[in-house]
Design a protein around this ligand. Structure first.
Ligand code: PBG
Length: 324
């Protein structure tokens, strides 16, 4: 006698749907977008088929076409010309730099869009690091000053959510205080809480031309071997006033997403990064994986692990193809 037969709950589509535990909807998705200078520019990132760098005019068109599909949240990243970069990422807090103009124009044209902005020095730094480099060392407290100025410039431009991706200690509290002191109490912070020193950021660094000139990011990004350390970061970010806790990358860190979900009341975000996108697309282009099923399985796994906000380069294609 077999009393328990789990297959009974899989016997028809109606029953399978009735017992489905997890759903993905457009409101869970945040679409990362790359920006370049110039006019009428749209250049494909070679390691990310289907993903482009847009000049601001085309960025507005892209945002509009996403919003028509019900995709309303965007995370912006700039590809800055080398000549504008310096040791202190000075251009990052110029209200008229490419990035701050882009934020302002998107929010002016689409006030209801949710614009997430990235705070870290690497796209603007001549050293290609997320903080100030001195004698090969990444300075923590000195970097906070730059991050604070950058976050404030994003808030002035109209950012809805500021996402510090730099992994300096104390930056969430530092940015929170600067925002509050300047009348931006309602600008949110989505902290890159557990950001790992990962090989999966390669295509992103190609997209932005932002790779470190020397050394690696292991003195500030987390060791991929560690799980418990994410709890230390999460506790700090909560205390410092973060509104979201993010785990990045996503796929190799599903356990960390679940861990933070189980240990925090804050919403959890997961960043399905450039290398994860590249991997899937390469296999799909070779005919080795089914496009729709592999992409949806990846995104669903992030929801199942506990992420409510999913940053993914797949966001638009999922909606454009009506895969939800
Ligand atoms: C940099 C930053 C990175 C990503 C987002 N912000 C790269 C890095 O830390 O080197 C990676 C995103 C992706 O790979 O899609 N502050």
């Amino acid at each position: 006698m077999m009393l328990k037969r789990p297959r009974r709950n899989r016997k028809s589509e109606a029953i399978r749907q009735m017992v489905q535990e997890t759903y993905l909807s457009a409101s869970n998705l945040i679409f990362p977008l790359f920006i370049i200078d110039g006019q009428n520019q749209k250049t494909e990132v070679s390691s990310m088929p289907g993903i482009f760098r847009y000049s601001i005019d085309n960025l507005l068109r892209e945002v509009e076409s996403c919003m028509e599909l019900g995709l309303n949240a965007f995370d912006l990243f700039p590809n800055m010309e080398d000549s504008l970069k310096d040791k202190y990422a000075t251009v990052s807090y110029d209200d008229n730099c490419l990035y701050n103009r882009a934020i302002r124009e998107v929010k002016a044209r689409f006030p209801e869009a949710c614009v997430v902005t990235d705070v870290a020095m690497d796209p603007y730094s001549s050293d290609g690091h997320d903080g100030i480099v001195e004698n090969g060392e990444i300075l923590n407290d000195e970097t906070l000053d730059v991050l604070g100025k950058m976050a404030l410039a994003h808030a002035r431009a109209g950012a809805d959510i500021i996402a510090p991706s730099d992994m300096m200690d104390g930056r969430v509290g530092y940015i929170r205080e600067i925002l509050d002191n300047n009348g931006f109490k309602n600008v949110s912070i989505m902290s890159y809480t557990a950001k790992y020193a990962s090989a999966f950021y390669g295509p992103f660094r190609d997209a932005l031309n932002s790779a470190p000139k020397a050394g690696d990011k292991k003195s500030y990004q987390m060791n991929p071997a560690n799980q418990r350390e994410a709890l230390i970061e999460a506790a700090l970010d909560e205390d410092e006033g973060a509104d979201f806790l993010m785990v990045k990358p996503a796929l190799s860190y599903l356990d960390v997403i679940k861990l933070l979900k189980d240990n925090s009341e804050l919403p959890i975000a997961a960043y399905n990064v450039s290398g994860e996108y590249a991997m899937l697309k390469a296999a799909i282009q070779n005919g080795w994986l089914d496009e729709r099923r592999s992409i949806m399985e990846v995104l669903m796994s992030l929801r199942r692990a506990g992420a409510t906000a999913i940053l993914s380069y797949h966001a638009k294609e999922v909606l454009a193809n009506k895969w939800l």
